[in-house]
Design a protein around this ligand. Structure first.
Ligand SMILES: [Zn+2]
Length: 267
């Protein structure tokens, strides 16, 4: 009896994996984009409404420009591998918020925010592209859906062959992960998701014509910004800069291939 009840769950877990085409990493996706995105869009607008948004400065325009370039590069890649439909429903937005925190984040469906506090660490447009590639990669890889899915499994929402998850059930989980209001810093991802976003983000910045080698000095600056003590917010939920830099070095040859083939290189 127990076995029979468990079957739908196993089948669901089996069929509900999604693969990041940039890295090959698999993740659990029990919540669809169609379910997740409207909730995330509403939450993003609420956060912006409670924040000091900068839409007009040169920095704000540059951040949007970098975001658009990386978005185009991602769309080109997905369409070339025959997965263009995976990007349906995304409503990309790249917003600068006046806030001293050294942070940036994304919400499902392509809603990205940069805090002005991270700009000195980025230093220039290519540094912004390191962070932007990372955030866009989180959005594309469905890391939020993975967090929600993992939490649903952990909380037993999925137990007892409960295949048809009600909207209330998954929304409760979503609201726990994304507390309502301007909870700065938003969702923290696991270490594996961070490294996955680093790798995919490095390829995306390279495809968009930004030199991926600049990611290494960026993470060194980020390490310095932490002063060896309480790390800035962007680091506190992330792998250590040393781990990131060694991974980035190991995948640099592949990133450089994307960079050298990029039609946007040198723009
Ligand atoms: Zn991240």
């Amino acid at each position: 009896m127990k076995k029979i009840l468990a079957l739908p769950l196993i089948a669901l877990l089996f069929w509900s994996c999604s693969t990041n085409p940039l890295t090959g990493r698999q993740s659990l996706a029990l919540v669809s984009n169609a379910q997740l995105f409207p909730q995330a869009f509403a939450q993003y607008n609420q956060v912006l409404g409670e924040s000091e948004v900068d839409k007009t400065s040169a920095d704000a325009k540059m951040i949007n420009n970098v975001g658009q370039r990386i978005k185009y590069a991602a769309e080109k890649f997905y369409s070339e591998i025959g997965q263009g439909s995976a990007l349906q429903g995304y409503e990309w937005e790249f917003t600068l918020i006046k806030n001293d925190a050294v942070n940036a984040w994304c919400m499902p469906g392509g809603k990205v925010a940069f805090y002005s506090g991270i700009l000195p660490v980025c230093k220039d447009e290519t540094g912004v592209a390191v962070v932007m590639g990372h955030e866009v990669a989180h959005a594309l890889a469905g890391h939020s859906a993975e967090q929600v899915s993992n939490a649903m499994v952990a909380q037993g929402v999925m137990l007892g062959g409960n295949v048809a998850i009600s909207n209330d059930e998954w929304r409760n989980v979503f609201n726990q992960l994304y507390p309502v209001g301007a909870q700065l810093g938003m969702l923290s991802y696991g270490r594996n998701m961070e490294l996955d976003a680093d790798e995919a983000g490095l390829y995306l910045m390279a495809m968009a014509g930004y030199n991926p080698q600049e990611a290494i000095p960026f993470w060194q600056r980020m390490q310095q910004a932490s002063g060896g003590q309480a790390p800035p917010e962007f680091l506190s939920t992330h792998p250590s800069p040393g781990n990131r830099i060694s991974q980035i070095n190991s995948i640099m040859p592949k990133a450089m291939e994307y960079y050298n083939a990029s039609p946007y290189k040198g723009r």
